[in-house]
Design a protein around this ligand. Structure first.
Ligand SMILES: *[C@@H]1O[C@H](CO)[C@@H](O)[C@H](O)[C@H]1NC(C)=O
Length: 283
């Protein structure tokens, strides 16, 4: 009954062309990063706006008029300034202005219909909002991931604030600002990386991966000192005959690689390996 009456009053005032609404203009409730959770209770209509946006300025009076109807419609009409609350523009993923959300009992719906007072009133009065799909779970402003996104937006705004302070107040040239930010980014990255490594280390202590068995079996002190075959000739690579021999070996190896199938000769390395194995077997 009351709703029907509302309509009659509304249409009469419009028909008469009297700005009867003027006396009903009301400041919408301001919502900030700090108290946005109050929209989780009851029914709300929220407008995201910015002072610099022309479409928001022309919409301002309609929204205040609509706010004037808030009491009769039993809803709260709110406004969020995205320039002051970047966290909320991230949380609600506001990509255009003005953006209007309908919230009822924690269900968020983005309204993108007509921006006339009468249509807004009908939206609530006739529960037309129920035909709008609620935002998907992954976009739910009260979810963790959207909170994280909000934090990113906030951080971005914070750094922008620092940037403009540096350039405007301290007169630091733009390029120097970028250098400062780049250095800070790298330093912070290094510190975070170090912390991550330390955390990982304390949670998963490093395990020593055992070497393959043959390598462990290799024990230089167990080899007789006079076993010249086992002297590592890469160590004293100072141009004696050995280096010549080595290059010869390499030549032979590369020839073998090129495809010399029936070469029965084995390189000294293989030879020594063989001898070592036989030696061990004998022991
Ligand atoms: C949120 O905080 C702002 C600024 O402190 C205040 O004006 C507004 O009334 C608060 N809104 C709610 C819903 O509590």
């Amino acid at each position: 009954m009351e709703l029907g009456l509302l309509n009659v009053i509304l249409w009469c005032s419009l028909f008469l062309g009297v700005r009867a609404q003027a006396y009903k203009l009301k400041e919408p409730v301001k919502i900030t990063d700090a108290n946005w959770t109050s929209v989780m209770d009851g029914e709300w209509m929220i407008e995201f706006m910015a002072p610099w946006c022309p479409a928001c300025r022309s919409f301002k009076e309609v929204w205040e008029e609509f706010a004037g109807w808030g009491h009769d419609l039993d809803i709260s009409v709110a406004v969020i300034d995205v320039t002051e609350n970047p966290g909320l523009s991230g949380r609600f993923l506001v990509t255009s202005l003005p953006t209007i959300y309908h919230v009822k009992d924690g269900m968020f719906r983005q309204y993108s219909g007509s921006r006339k007072t009468t249509d807004l009133i009908e939206l609530i009065d006739e529960k037309k909002w129920s035909s709008i799909e609620p935002v998907a779970w992954y976009r739910d402003p009260s979810s963790v991931q959207m909170g994280v996104l909000g934090a990113f937006f906030k951080a971005a705004m914070f750094f922008r604030g620092i940037y403009s302070t540096l350039t405007e107040v301290y007169g630091i040239p733009e390029w120097l600002c970028y250098v400062i930010f780049a250095v800070l980014t790298i330093v912070v990255g290094l510190i975070l990386g170090l912390l991550l490594v330390l955390c990982c280390d304390s949670v998963f202590p490093a395990k020593y991966i055992p070497l393959p068995p043959q390598k462990i079996a290799y024990n230089p002190s167990a080899i007789p000192a006079n076993d010249t075959d086992l002297i590592d000739d890469t160590v004293n690579d100072s141009g004696d005959q050995k280096s010549g021999q080595e290059s010869g070996d390499e030549d032979r190896e590369s020839q073998e690689g090129a495809g010399e199938p029936d070469s029965n000769q084995s390189t000294p390395v293989e030879d020594s390996d063989l001898r070592k194995r036989q030696l061990r077997k004998d022991q």
